[in-house]
Design a protein around this ligand. Sequence first.
Ligand SMILES: Cc1cc2nc3c(=O)[nH]c(=O)nc-3n(C[C@H](O)[C@H](O)[C@H](O)COP(=O)(O)OP(=O)(O)OC[C@H]3O[C@@H](n4cnc5c(N)ncnc54)[C@H](O)[C@@H]3O)c2cc1C
Length: 377
Amino acid sequence: MKVDWLIVGAGFTGCTLAERIATQLDQKVLLIDRRNHTGGNAYDHYDKNGILVHKYGPHIFHTNSKKVWDYLSAFTEWRPYHHHVLGVIEGKRVPVPFNLNSLEMLFPRRMAERLECALLEAYGFGVKVPILKMRENSNTELRNLADYIYKNVFYNYTVKQWDLKPDELDPSVTGRVPVYISRDDRYFQDTWQAMPRYGYSALFERMLNHRNIRVLLNTDVRELGGLVQFNRMIYTGPVDDYFDYMHGHLPYRSLRFDFVTADQERVQDAGTVNYPNDYDFTRITEQKFLTGQRSPVSTLVYEYPQPYMPGENEAYYPIPREENREQYNLYLQEAEKLNGTVLLAGRLADYKYYNMDQAVARALKLFEDSVARGESA
Ligand SMILES: Cc1cc2nc3c(=O)[nH]c(=O)nc-3n(C[C@H](O)[C@H](O)[C@H](O)COP(=O)(O)OP(=O)(O)OC[C@H]3O[C@@H](n4cnc5c(N)ncnc54)[C@H](O)[C@@H]3O)c2cc1C
């Protein structure tokens, strides 16, 4: 077989590039994936109870990028969806990120009012204050509040999620955790928040439905041998794997997902409930909240963080630590030596956590800056 482009990996990154090359450049693409489906980690399917589930963990679409929103809208209708998360703190279910409503639910009324006034005076309404910044406030009560939130909402969740204490991770991780001085209980505040009306797999099917695109599943790039001739290649798999681990294995955190179907229409009060302080799992998501599906039964997914064991489970989250970034930089230097004959992009190739919209934005930019111009990345 002879094609213009070989694309390795059929997640958001690979599918976006395949679609752009096929439709905008009228060139032939072979898109391969070692899994038995397209969609990468955003893949969804109907379980044996007829509930649409996300095999690799709950995926909620949100973006501030009009460009990404418009691009994906060509392949799906949307169902408006604003995600809500509750955290179980001292036995109560309160909105996360922590906000003024959470404050009122956890503290005695008078105290909550006092703290609320102090927060409004110090920062103003509608502001997201990083928890570490609040810990430096000159007001003792606000410092104590910040400590309370750090301890009850953030610390144990982080240890469970990463098996590392917050100070062993990049300061950017801790720095991002906000206290939201607002009554907006939504988890995201992005301009566009919605789910593909017929699911992610249907969206991918439409992206790839083009005469210039051929898809080959259950195929690792290493198995292709000389069977396929191509002019250029885009690789969205793990960068350390591409270079035969010459600089060692890049560390990842994995997850185990346990899917449980309950014989009732609704189980939770919100799409996701976080358990920062109890149990081995971090959170439970009820899929029907996300998809809007109607059924007398409901499937929940429990997330258990796990050490990543190559070959045994999936590499999900790059571990955000300085030493890991330095190790990745060694691979980046190797990638630069390829002089654009192979383009590397995506969450595994860039060793970077991307939300779905960021993965699409990265792919669109790579297409515009390099692929369409016939240049290197
Ligand atoms: C638990 C979890 C929850 C998430 N929730 C959200 C969310 O709510 N909202 C959001 O916006 N984002 C979410 N994300 C992020 C989202 O999954 C990523 O943005 C997206 O998957 C990135 O797409 P990608 O194409 O770069 O990578 P992937 O989706 O990982 O696709 C890479 C593909 O390459 C294939 N591949 C790798 N190596 C080879 C090889 N050697 N040969 C052939 N094929 C290969 C893999 O099988 C895979 O299918 C979540 C991620 C995780 C882990």
